[in-house]
Write a protein that binds this ligand. Structure first.
Ligand code: NAD
Length: 355
């Protein structure tokens, strides 16, 4: 049944397809940019440079030292590069790390952003920026960091290694899972979440079977867009709180941590969210969405245990304490013992428990 809801449509132009990076120059002009700075991670310099060349006289230069979790010291270096180039627009090419840097620059300068994502992290669709200073991650939610235009080009994702595709895709699914039971959910986002999970969950095994499958890669990128929109529009719950805490405290890799935690967080919330479970069962084509997600990660050869990401066993109690100290809203009440049990099982890589 549809109840009362509030839905705010976020202003963002999407250009989706194959070869769409060819539209970058026209999109820069559309945004009124006269001098663009390209932002990438070191691994994607050649893609960034090629993009720069395609911009002709609108290309100002490249900054290729974006890092995961958007460290402020890197942002300050990029800011200096932006000033010396006199850039009035930034173009991020890469995963959430490149997107995060563009957002950090937009927050400080108001510069327009054109975002060209090459993973499934979904940051390009959110007005959220997580920054790290002295090892501490803080999150800002501000419309000024939402990219104005996003170009999704499936061709740029063809090189995403299968293991990264798997965890990045599971990261996207996690956004949509929590959107299905968000306190501020609404029919539009629920629809996008279910379709995003369906598209991604079916694309990922296809990518594993054939990494060159354009059909599977296109479905995954479409799913990433929908799942990212979910993250940008509604509030997240226990799963994102746990991943935020674990990533920040033990410096665990972002997408891999999401991949491990999501079946456990869903198992915890399952008794409180029957409608979300029904939609998940439909999207994942399974009677048991918890085991469906756990099995999907296994099938994709993802790491299943936090200990395999380098988290020390002694950290389980610390993570449990931190997770319950300033909890996010959650559909099921949170108690420390249950959360500790959840983290301990995820640390071991055990099958999720519905205690
Ligand atoms: P990432 O951007 O660090 O990319 C992971 C690695 O893959 C990097 O080495 C990158 O160079 C490489 N890579 C990216 N695309 C590639 C491609 N097509 N081919 C080959 N290699 C490629 O990782 P991520 O998981 O995309 O993003 C994680 C970051 O994004 C974290 O900092 C996280 O906090 C942030 N994030 C933010 C939001 C938000 O809404 N603010 C949402 C999701 C993620």
């Amino acid at each position: 049944m549809i109840g009362s809801f509030t839905f705010e449509s976020l202003p963002c132009r999407i250009v989706f397809g194959s070869g769409t990076i060819g539209a970058a120059k026209a999109e820069v002009e559309r945004l009124g940019g006269k001098r663009a700075m390209v932002l990438t991670t070191p691994e994607l310099v050649s893609q960034g440079t090629a993009l720069g060349a395609s911009l002709g006289e609108l290309y100002g230069g490249i900054f290729s030292s974006a890092e995961m979790h958007t460290p402020v010291d890197v942002t300050l270096k990029a800011l200096a590069a932006m000033e010396s180039i006199k850039a009035d627009l930034v173009i991020s090419v890469g995963g959430g790390s490149a997107t995060g840097l563009a957002k950090a620059l937009a927050l400080r300068t108001g510069v327009s952003q054109l975002c060209i994502p090459t993973t499934y992290a979904g940051s390009e669709m959110t007005p959220i920026l997580g920054e790290t200073r002295d090892g501490l991650k803080t999150v800002v939610r501000n419309l000024s960091v939402l990219p104005k235009t996003v170009i999704y080009d499936v061709d740029l994702t063809m090189s995403l290694p299968v293991t990264l595709s798997a965890t990045s895709g599971m990261n996207a699914i996690a956004h949509a899972v929590e959107a299905l039971y968000a306190r501020d959910r609404n029919p539009v986002i629920t629809f996008m979440a279910e379709d995003g999970i369906r598209a991604m969950a079916h694309a990922l095994p296809g990518i594993k079977a054939n990494p060159d499958s354009k059909e599977a890669r296109t479905a995954a990128l479409y799913g990433a867009w929908l799942c990212g929109a979910c993250l940008g529009n509604v509030g997240m719950a226990l799963h994102h709180k746990l991943c935020h805490t674990l990533g920040g405290t033990f410096d665990l890799p972002h997408a891999e941590t999401h991949t491990i935690i999501i079946p456990h967080a869903l198992a915890y919330n399952a008794p409180a969210v029957p409608e979300a479970m029904m939609r998940l069962a439909r999207a994942l084509k399974t009677d048991d969405p918890v085991l469906g997600l756990y099995g999907l990660a296994r099938q994709l050869d993802a790491k299943m245990a936090l200990r395999d990401l380098g988290m020390p066993e002694a950290g389980i109690d610390k993570a449990a304490d931190l997770s319950v100290s300033t909890p996010y809203w959650n559909p099921r009440a949170i108690d420390r013992d249950s959360v500790r049990d959840l983290i301990a099982r995820a640390w071991l890589g055990a099958v999720p428990s519905r205690r």
